[in-house]
Design a protein around this ligand. Structure first.
Ligand code: NDP
Length: 256
């Protein structure tokens, strides 16, 4: 996995303020740095404040603008407080990227209640809480964006991930409904469904499974965080103004 950031698309997001959840590492860090490279101001949200601060330091080193916020996305009070703090600091909010996510894999017959609840809470409830808190600000600015990070597991299923697949399928249904609810306020709401991306989350699968996935992927490789970040950047850009309620797969053709 590389931590280098180099968006393959350029767009001007100056004056735009974005919240990215799970910004402390992996895909969220790359999304944060990519949007910042296009001049957006980033509120880097993570349950691990030190990790979010590290992302902010990288953005500052790139010449961008960002601040770190500690927040557990499953905690309604914390979510509301962070959204309020971001709007107080930057006056407006234009982009929300619901990226924070976890896995607690296990086959259905052995899956514990805690594994189910933890994954549904972070991946689906967290997306709901942040979207609800942010929406009342996003509807005020015109041309706002909500981008939810789903997964191809939510489209095609994946053995050992009943909890995760259900949470991501939920994110997709949520995306489609909120897109319809907020369309009249010119807020677009889309999901990105990554395949297997080389981050700590995918590394947990182990080398031999990753090799099998790579062999099954038509484009012959795992994805990089930048592949996902570029898709998010596109959906956040003016070029995607007429796209809402879609699921953009970023999977090297795996789910086709
Ligand atoms: P990582 O595990 O590398 O990073 C996830 C980030 O989310 C971490 O910084 C983590 O913090 C943070 N986080 C976890 N729980 C919470 C919480 N309750 N509140 C706030 N932040 C939290 O994952 P990836 O970067 O790989 O994944 C990012 C997103 O992409 C997820 O939604 C994932 O489901 C999705 N995805 C990933 C794929 C992959 O192959 N990597 C494939 C398809 C989708 P901490 O460091 O403290 O754990």
């Amino acid at each position: 996995m590389t931590d280098a950031v180099s968006p393959r698309m350029t767009t001007d997001l100056s004056g735009r303020v974005a919240i990215v959840t799970g910004a402390g590492r992996g895909i969220g860090r790359c999304i944060s740095r990519t949007l910042a490279r296009c001049a957006a101001t980033i509120a880097c949200v993570d349950v691990n404040l030190a990790a979010a601060e590290e992302t902010v330091s990288l953005i500052h080193a790139d010449g961008g603008q960002a601040a770190a916020f500690a927040c557990d996305v499953t905690n309604s009070d914390q979510v509301n407080a962070v959204v309020d703090a971001v709007v107080q600091q930057y006056q407006e909010l234009h982009i929300l990227v619901n990226n924070a996510g976890i896995t607690r894999d296990g086959l259905l017959l052995r899956m514990k209640d805690e594994q189910w609840d933890a994954v549904l809470n972070v991946n689906l409830r967290g997306t709901f809480l942040f979207t609800r808190a942010a929406a009342r600000h996003l509807i005020k600015v015109g041309g706002a964006r909500i981008i939810n990070i789903a997964s191809i597991s939510g489209l095609m299923g994946n053995p050992g991930q009943a909890n995760y697949s259900a949470s991501k399928a939920g994110v997709i249904g949520f995306t489609r409904t909120v897109a319809r609810e907020l369309a009249s306020r010119q807020v677009t709401v889309n999901a990105v469904a990554p395949g297997f991306i080389a981050t700590d989350m995918a590394q947990a699968l182990g080398e031999s499974i990753l090799k099998q996935i790579q062999d099954r992927t038509p484009l012959g490789r795992l994805g990089e965080p930048q592949d996902v970040a570029d898709a998010v950047l596109f959906l956040a850009s003016p070029a995607a103004a007429f796209i809402t309620g879609t699921v953009l797969r970023v999977d090297g053709g795996l789910a086709e």
